[in-house]
Design a protein around this ligand. Structure first.
Ligand code: NAD
Length: 463
């Protein structure tokens, strides 16, 4: 899509978190630009929703176009977000896979049978153009988690990425623009109040937002004035409960990377570990060993395993939470400070002997810091895991899988794993409970989130 012209001369800086230096600029779109992009989405919508066969073909082409541009997308993503190139490549691959998966989904009409002599048919219609708002931790993957189900539903999409990471998404717009009809997918970039203007735009029918709980509340209020449908995927503070029959050597790598992938900046990362007294020292030792050994560096360096935190504000927050934990009596078993180098780096940190009520346990740290809390009674651990307003994911780790699954069933969250964490299939529903979300994304549930049911009654036969 050609960018609207009205933003000319108005840009904002984009920083490489591995250096702390500005390396690019992105357009600060104005309300008039936003109107233009939304108007294009409205114009494209009737044709797009009327042509399911064309949609499937276009989405398959879109997946191929993403793969063809994969190397460039991954490099831009690493430069603005900080994650290791291998993770960026995996993120791009996931975008293509998601487009392909959803190209095979389409709303299905259904007959409702209730014993009456009428023919009652349930049909599904696209709600209309969708506003998608994404955070900075997985800019491309989360964009695709909104774009693919909406496109499959026959909706068009206007997306606003985080101002920390606008570049890969703008490149995605170019890539998809080469294969999708004009206006089907548009991107606007900029700092606030652009997101709030998009969420409240009168021509938008559905707002799908991923980000923090605080912003999610604002988005919901903004959308409420227009009585728009809202889907919110919000923060998490996932607990991992280690059972007393866990085999620590076997689970330690998976447990560690479930907390530290993408530098811990994952909504569904393990953010607190509850370990039984009998295994407590073994758990801390295994995690500490890995935190000290892992290679931290610029994501563009192929040997890097953990990159920097994405932005200075988040780095300050992580530092503050660690300092607060220390003051409350936590022991720093690994890391605990910033390495002596430019950029927003923080050493992978394991906090042991952490009081269960300090902020690094009760709040979402969203960084490379993992508190390990000791428990002596499993019921107490389950209660502590559930004692927050978060409810995104959780996991239970042990060798008796039935017992572990029974404990997982007691967790108040949308998805729970046994001996794993944050492993998601494209076909499954994704939802958070309590403050972690509203509505269901993922799989066909995600597509139906962009649709409205319509029922047609007619006599079974005759006039
Ligand atoms: P954020 O809430 O600060 O920002 C998210 C997006 O909202 C950005 O694009 C931002 O520019 C925009 N925004 C800011 N104010 C707005 C407003 N008033 N109206 C509309 N849009 C506005 O979140 P973040 O710091 O970018 O991301 C981190 C958070 O996202 C964490 O809490 C994390 O857990 C959460 N997250 C959740 C999921 C999930 O699927 N549940 C996935 C990834 C991240």
């Amino acid at each position: 899509m050609t960018r609207p012209d009205a933003h000319l001369g108005t840009v904002f800086d984009v920083v490489n978190p591995a250096t702390g230096q500005v390396f690019a600029q992105s357009p600060q779109h104005s309300p008039a630009d936003l109107d233009t992009v939304v108007a294009r989405a409205c114009t494209a919508w009737p044709q797009w929703r009327a042509d399911p066969v064309g949609r499937t073909a276009a989405m398959l082409d879109a997946a191929a176009a993403v793969e063809a541009a994969g190397a460039e997308l991954a490099t831009v993503l690493t430069r603005e977000q900080g994650k290791p190139l291998a993770e960026s490549r995996a993120e791009v691959a996931r975008v293509a896979a998601r487009l392909r998966h959803f190209s095979g989904l389409a709303p299905k009409a259904d007959r409702i049978r209730d014993g009456r002599a009428v023919h009652t048919e349930l049909r599904w219609h696209s709600l209309g153009p969708v506003a998608a708002i994404t955070p900075w931790n997985f800019p491309l993957q989360l964009a695709s988690s909104k774009i693919a189900p909406a496109l499959a539903a026959g909706s068009t999409v206007v997306l606003k990425p985080s101002p920390y990471t606008p570049l890969a998404t703008a490149l995605l717009e170019q890539v998809l623009g080469s294969v999708l009809p004009p206006g089907v997918f548009g991107v606007v970039t900029g700092r606030e109040p652009l997101g709030s203007q998009l969420a409240g735009h009168p021509d938008i029918a559905h707002v799908t937002f991923t980000g923090s709980i605080a912003t999610g509340r604002r988005v919901a209020m903004q959308a409420a004035s227009g009585l728009k449908r809202v889907t919110l995927e919000l923060g998490g503070n996932d607990a991992a409960i280690i059972l007393d029959d866990a085999d620590i050597d076997r689970i330690a790598d998976t447990l560690f990377w479930s907390a530290f992938r993408n530098c811990g900046q994952v909504c569904m990362a393990v953010k607190r570990v509850y370990a039984p007294t009998r295994l407590y020292d073994d758990v801390v030792t295994a995690l500490t060993h890995r935190a000290r050994e892992v290679v931290v560096g610029d994501g563009l360096d192929e040997t890097t395993q953990i990159g920097p935190i994405n932005n200075a504000r988040q780095l300050e927050r992580v530092e503050h939470l660690v300092a607060d934990g220390r003051a409350a009596g936590a022991r720093v078993a690994a890391g605990g400070d910033r390495p002596d180098r430019p950029g927003y780096f923080f050493a992978p940190t394991i906090l042991a002997d952490v009081p269960g009520d300090c902020a690094v346990v009760t709040e979402e740290q969203f960084g490379p810091v993992l508190p390990v809390i000791r428990y002596s009674n499993l019921d107490d651990a389950v209660q502590a895991a559930n004692a927050t307003r978060f409810g995104l994911g959780g996991s239970v780790w042990g060798t008796d899988l039935d017992r572990a699954a029974a404990v997982a069933d007691r967790l108040e969250c949308g998805t729970a794993w046994i001996n794993h964490h944050a492993e998601l299939s494209l076909a499954q529903p994704f939802t958070g409970v309590k403050d972690s979300g509203v509505g269901v994304a993922g799989g066909e549930w995600g597509m139906y989130g962009n649709l409205r049911p319509m029922v047609i009654h007619r006599p079974e036969s005759g006039a």
